[in-house]
Every structure is written in C-alpha cells, then in structure tokens.
Design a protein around this ligand. Sequence first.
Ligand code: URP
Ligand code: ZN
Ligand code: ZN
Length: 459
Amino acid sequence: MGIVLCGGTIVTDTACYQADIRIQGEIIDAVGSQVTQAGDTVLTAEGCYIFPGGIDAHTHFDLPVGTMSTADDFASGTKAAILGGTTTVIDYATQFKGETLQQGLENWHQRADGKCYSDYGFHMAITDWNEQVSREIPWLGQEAGVASVKLYMAYKNVMQVDDSTLFQVLERSRDWGILTCVHCENGDIVDNLVRQFRRQGKTAPAYHHLSRPPRVEQEAVNRLTVLAEMADAPVLVVHLSCRESLETVAQAKARGVRVFAETCPQYLVLDDSVYQDTTFSCAKYVISPPLRAKENQEYLWNGLKTGILDTVATDHCSFNFHGQKEVGSEDFSKIPNGAPGVEHRLGLLYTYGVKAGKISLTQFVDKVATQPAKLFGLFPKKGTIAPGSDADLVIWDERRQVTISAASQAQKVDYSPYEGMKQQGQAVHVFLRGQQVVENGKTCIDTPQGQFLFRKPFR
Ligand code: URP
Ligand code: ZN
Ligand code: ZN
C-alpha cells in the first residue's frame, strides 16, 4: 500500500509539470498519470506545487559560543526546518582546539542523534590543524560520511586559520573527495578595525558592520580562490554577501577554478539600513558578514539567475536578543554573531525571488534543494523528484499568506530578523522519506524521525 499525491504541479530544477507521485515506503515509486494501485491512500495536491524537500546546507544548532549556546538545538531547529519545507540540514560540527576530528564529530552526534525532525548531515569545521588531524581526513570522508570541511578565515584567536593551514587543508581534502567550505573575511583586518573603534569609544552594535566592510570579505574570497586554483581543489564560499565577492567568484569560475558559492536570504532581502537604529535593538542583525547596502541585492539575485551563486542556505545561528545578544550591550565585539532563519528560507526565496520575478520556479528548486544535494553528495537520493529518490516532498500552497513573526515561529528564539515581512505561500504538507511530518502547516509527528546522512565524496 502506498500514498499517491495527485493533481499537483511538480517542480524540479529542470521542469515544471502536472503529474501524480506514488510513494512506496520511504521512496518515490512512480511519477506520472495513473500511478495509483489498489489500497493506496490518495491525497489531493490540487492548486499546489510539489517541491523536493529543501536542503539547508548551513546551520549551527546547539553550537557552544563562549559561555553560551545557540538558542536552537537540534530538536527545535529541525522542527522549524520541516515546518518551512526543509527536510535535510547539514550542520557545522566543530573540532574545538585540542580535539581530534573524531572527538569533534562524536560530540556533534551526541548533540544531534535521536533529536532531529529532519534528516541531517555534518560538515566538519577544523580549528586545530596538525599532522594527526591531517591523517584523519581519509577517515572523515570514507568512514564517517562527512564529505566536507569548513575553515574560518575570520574570528581571530578563536576559529581563524592561517594561509598555510588553508593551503594544506585544500590539498589534503582534494585528495580525498572532500569539499572545503570557507568563511571568507580577513580576520586580521577585522580585528584591527574592531580595536580602532573600541579605542575611539565606538562600541554600539552598528560598529559591527563598519568593522567588516565588503573589501574585507572580497579580499578573503580572492585569496581563497587563488589558493584553490594553486591547489586545484574544490571550494565553496559560504554566506557570500556582496557585489565585490560575487565578481571575484565570477572571475575565478571563468578561469576554471572549482569554486562554488552560497548566499543566504538575509543578504537577499535585508540591508544595512537596519544599522541606522541607534538603540541596542540592531544587535539582532549582528551577523558575519554583516548586512550590506541595498544595491547589492540586485547583484545577488542576478548571481542566482546566472549560476555564479550555486546555493541558498540560512546560516541559522540563533541567539536570543534578551540574555544572549545583550552580553554585548557595552561592546559590540562581544555580541554573539548570528541570526535565525531555517524556518523561512523557502518562503522568503519563493516570495521575494520567484513571485517578484527575480528567479524562476526551477531556479528556486535548484538553489534550495538540487544544487545542495549535488554539491554535498546527496543526489539523487535527495534534491529531486524521481522514481528511486527519497520521498522528501513539500506541498506548497501559494494561496496561503504568512506574516513572519517571533510570536508564531517554531524557532526557539525570541526574535525574527524578518519580523512583519509577508510570505506568499506555505509548506502545507511535508513528507520525510514517505512519512507525513507536516499536515496543514503543523507538525504531525510526536517523535523525531530524522536520520543521519552518510554523504558521498565530492566529485
Ligand atoms: O554571524 C554568523 N554568521 N554566525 C555564525 C557563524 C558563521 O560565521 O557562520
Ligand atoms: Zn561563517
Ligand atoms: Zn555559519
């Protein structure tokens, strides 16, 4: 006995067409007309789109930062994810100083296993590179199912790596089918600018964005692409935020560097005018890289359209305004960096991208599901609607309107950077490997059903 979703319009990265979908167990069994078999349950999707389940390849759940941890853990974060139509997250497991990669990964499994409402995988953020860690790279990709690492070119004295480490990781990862994801900001220059502002008594949250101008990001993107070219290694620039970086990525792609790039909804729909707020409230937007001048948005949308930008992820990293962001009320450099968003990625991109005519429906699916699946070793199990793929499906009713607000969100954090913004359409029903997990816009499962995803090496 299967489930048939009938009457919907299926959208993949290449096509948009009317057909029925038959689900058998965890898998899509058939796509077409007359797929129903005796005993099947039939659900109507008339008037709705059916998207492959979204993949958010950049989250930070249950991340310890200093003496605190992010507001969302794996339970609340992945519950919010499925409500927004994201059925897979790839979170940044972190190797803290003094740890092996295996210890870092075990730590993240303990945080996540048994708690996830979506399927989940890990990238491995490396903060302490040495000979022993280098020897763990084959194990990471081949035995632990973690086909990507992350390096930070910022956060001096905490996570930042130097160029020598960056180059060595690129070479070693290249040899073992591992994609290197990089936070691109020149942390030394940020550190100088932060110290200058503090010396001048400029400690309000708005100085955060002035300490991280676009050139600081672009310089790091440029350095990364040149090093990746020298090492002939694949790299992914995470959370690309501005025109300057986009142009640098475009030039690198044009000369054959294997560079991929991700942007985030916050850079597409919010801008740096929020930092004109002279109250501490703008600490809600203390993220790195910071929000940019509005004119950058057109370039980013165009980058999605032309393929310079490959994916859209959220960089969900939530800290409560009260009690957590407030730690930096006397000094902006102490405000924990990050903002929530995992719940609203599809809604924002659909509303302000597809409905606004900036990207097509198929491009939308490509950026939120198909490309992340391909880049991170999950395709065609995830990221498409085809026989044999996991039945991760989102029935999207664009007749529904949602107003984003902290009061109604599932994310366990006390604000939303998108407060009051309208969202056209909603994930009314969501299936995770054939099981309905969202019904009529509400979760309909009592226990977490998410599985760890062992990802294939990068090719
Ligand atoms: O501000 C941000 N983005 N915080 C999360 C950590 C990171 O840099 O990705
Ligand atoms: Zn980052
Ligand atoms: Zn991040």
